[in-house]
Write a protein that binds this ligand. Structure first.
Ligand code: AKG
Ligand code: FE2
Length: 349
């Protein structure tokens, strides 16, 4: 297998708080009391910052709130927001700040001027779009309900019936994805991908890929720039185009060999979804006849990306890190056993 590429488009706004040393000094007018705590107050329940027009993720504010100095915690949400925004801007590189601002303006322009082709897509009357089994599971919102509709052909790759054929047709001409991620993918990812940020997904990059004789034919081996990827086949008729998966890897191990139990080749079916961790190495084989069209939603978590920067130990979700850990444990148990036997004066086997 050739080297794994990282498919990257625009990066999400990187989280910007700086929590080094004894806390971070704040604006000039603030005294030493106004410093961030070294460790978060885990007892404190942060405010919900969703639904506000913010240039940074609401989850970033909620997570930063736990680092506020104790006297600030009882202030109003607006005061805390103002204070934290100030910190984030102070530590955010100039380029990022401008980009966040530009993105906000661009979004605003689209919301004001865009004329939808199919208005019903935006109201998302779920029963018109999703198959009943999927909707039932979402409404019950329980692990057993999600498990009931899922097939797991290889560890960490979940496939399930998702879209009505009519919805696939509408999506082929127009897409709306915010709601899809927030209301439908996040609850599922919280259950199956919480170790890779699945419970804090807060931004996405959505696009449609099309393969066929006059388009791309195949897609090389890669990992996605996402925490969780939703890949739904929208149509049309085709042969070939199997997806192939070869195990989850962190950056350090992205080019290591594949183990037998990590091999999965999967034939996509219109209306069916595949949900996998972005770091699950994969690619798509050649579509040999017809047209294969897929909706891709790369879901990201700014909180997970922030936390990863401070992570020093192994990644619990990487297949190779897990193997290294197991091997170290095996060696250490064997060594202790040998030493014990030596102490007792027994022969070492
Ligand atoms: O062709 C496919 O279904 C997979 C596409 C994909 O993996 C990607 O665009 O990241
Ligand atoms: Fe991909």
């Amino acid at each position: 297998m050739s080297e794994v590429a990282k498919k990257e488009t625009q990066q999400p706004t990187p989280p910007t708080s700086d929590r080094k040393g004894n806390g971070v000094a704040m604006s000039q007018s603030m005294t030493t009391m106004h410093r961030l705590r070294l460790n978060p107050n885990t007892e404190h329940k942060p405010e919900n910052y969703e639904g506000l027009q913010l240039e940074f993720s609401p989850l970033l504010f909620s997570s930063l709130e736990r680092y506020l100095p104790p006297p600030m915690l009882s202030l109003s949400r607006d005061s805390k927001l103002h204070y934290m925004r100030d910190i984030i801007l102070r530590y955010s590189p100039e380029g990022e700040r401008t980009r966040a601002q530009r993105q906000r303006e661009y979004r605003q322009k689209i919301t004001t001027h865009y004329q939808p082709l199919h208005k019903e897509l935006y109201t998302m009357n779920a029963s018109n779009f999703f198959v009943p089994s999927f909707l039932k599971a979402i409404n019950e919102n329980k692990e057993e309900s999600f498990r009931r509709i899922m097939t797991e052909p290889s560890q960490g790759i979940f496939t399930f019936e998702m879209l009505q054929p009519h919805f696939c047709e509408l999506l082929l001409s127009e897409t709306m994805l915010d709601k899809l991620m927030e209301d439908f993918i996040r609850p599922i990812s919280k259950v199956f991908f919480s170790d890779v940020g699945g419970s804090t997904l807060d931004s996405h990059h959505g696009f449609v890929v099309e393969y066929g004789i006059d388009r791309d034919v195949e897609l090389g081996f890669h990992v996605d720039d996402s925490e969780v990827t939703l890949n739904v086949c929208l149509g049309k008729e085709f042969t070939g185009g199997d997806l192939f998966f070869r195990g989850v890897r962190c950056d350090k191990h992205v080019n290591t060999e594949t183990h037998k139990d990590e091999v999965l080749d999967y034939s996509h079916v219109p209306g069916r979804a595949v949900l996998h961790c972005g770091r699950h190495r994969h690619g798509a084989r050649a579509t040999t006849t017809g047209n294969r069209v897929n909706l891709l939603l790369w879901c990201r978590s700014s909180v997970f990306r922030e936390l990863r920067k401070y992570q020093k130990d192994l990644s619990s979700w990487c297949g190779e890190c897990q193997r290294e850990k197991k091997e170290r444990q095996r060696v250490s148990i064997a060594t202790s056993k040998r030493e014990l036997l030596k102490k007792e004066g027994k022969a070492v086997t």
